[in-house]
Design a protein around this ligand. Structure first.
Ligand code: P6P
Length: 339
């Protein structure tokens, strides 16, 4: 029997980053070192999530975080792992975390040229139920001469140099994109301890009849949102209604939408007038991934998500994220209400 076809040309994240750096003659290698620290953080978080139930890490840590959510033990560990990874690589000057009320300035690294925002474990309220959670991150480069303050992150998402997320599901899936670049997906091979390129140049389907929204908020939705969602459930042309898929963990809902197509929505509503999801480490990083994969992302005022500028590091926004054709439908539905 012929030898099993072995892929001997495995592209690890490490090799991918080396090849990316080689494309930029002016590269100092700082960004590469930052990404190595990121991948170490993802591997560590993945390890603890996989062991959480076994070593009883689930359950509340008895604290609440800067933004009032009940903190799970894993939230705390994920946050600590992320902070130490970003600090130890000596390439990050400013770090914003959902778990930290204030931006962290690494005074040990005054020359570091990057600012990072992250949600170390997004969706953690689902952890005990074994639902996929994830780490979402955005990376900005400090302008020349900037000393490194939280203001360096209060920028439109168009100024990010890279963004992405890692979903801790059956395996750890990393999705990363550089400004204006492709979207590449990597799968953590636990035997190698390496992220392997498994989804090169991800492209989101132009349309797909799947909608992902928490219908439990319907009572609070503004008219255009109600009308838009109803148009999917009760198609005017008598066609087939859309399928509903909602996990309640943004990375899981986003990853499915990226792979299969469709629309993910967390609209601003009467209960959350500014929306629920955070601009810096949920909406903007996801928006860049989706745009670079051929999709679209807008806020509740139909503005391009990547052009929305947060006033504060934990600012929230409404978001519609997904296939180009699906987001266009949202924009159409809102046109009638444009003031
Ligand atoms: P709701 C998880 O808490 C989260 O921040 C996102 O991961 C997720 O998309 C959203 O909130 C779910 O919110 O109100 O539907 O439970």
């Amino acid at each position: 029997v012929g030898a099993e076809k072995i892929n001997t040309n495995i592209v690890t994240l490490t090799r991918f980053l080396t090849e990316e750096q080689a494309k930029h003659k002016e590269a100092t290698g700082d960004f590469t070192l930052l990404c190595h620290a990121l991948q170490f953080a993802f591997k560590s978080i993945s390890y603890y999530i996989r062991r959480a139930t076994l070593i009883n890490l689930t359950g509340l840590a008895g604290e609440t975080n800067a933004t009032g959510d009940d903190q799970k033990k894993l939230d705390v560990i994920g946050n600590d792992l992320f902070i130490s990874a970003m600090k130890s690589c000596a390439r990050v000057r400013v770090l914003v975390s959902e778990e930290e009320e204030e931006a962290i300035i690494f005074d040990e690294h005054p020359q570091a040229r990057y600012a990072v925002a992250c949600d170390p474990i997004d969706g953690s309220s689902n952890l005990d139920a074994g639902v996929s959670v994830g780490t979402i991150f955005s990376i900005f480069k400090l302008p020349e001469g900037a000393i490194g303050t939280k203001e360096d992150l209060l920028k439109p998402g168009t100024e990010m140099v890279a963004s992405g997320f890692t979903m801790y599901g059956a395996s750890a899936q990393l999705v990363i994109t550089m400004k204006g670049g492709e979207v590449n997906g990597f799968t953590l091979d636990n035997s190698f301890g390496e992220f392997i390129l498994s989804h090169p140049n991800m492209r989101i389907p132009k349309t797909r009849a799947i909608y992902s929204v928490n219908e439990g908020n319907s009572m609070y939705w503004e008219e255009p949102v109600k009308e838009y969602i109803n148009s999917l459930k009760y198609p005017a042309d008598g066609g087939k209604p859309y399928s509903a898929r909602y996990i309640g963990s943004m990375v899981a809902d986003a990853y499915r939408t990226l792979l299969y197509g469709g629309i993910f929505a967390y609209p601003a509503d009467k209960k959350s007038p500014k929306g629920k999801l955070r601009i810096l480490y949920e909406c903007a990083p996801m928006a860049m991934v989706f745009e670079n994969a051929g999709g679209l992302a807008v806020d509740s005022r139909m503005r391009r998500m990547l052009e929305v500028v947060p006033e504060h590091i934990h600012d929230r926004s409404g978001i519609f994220l997904g296939s180009e054709g699906e987001v266009q439908k949202v924009i159409e539905a809102h046109k009638k209400y444009a003031k």
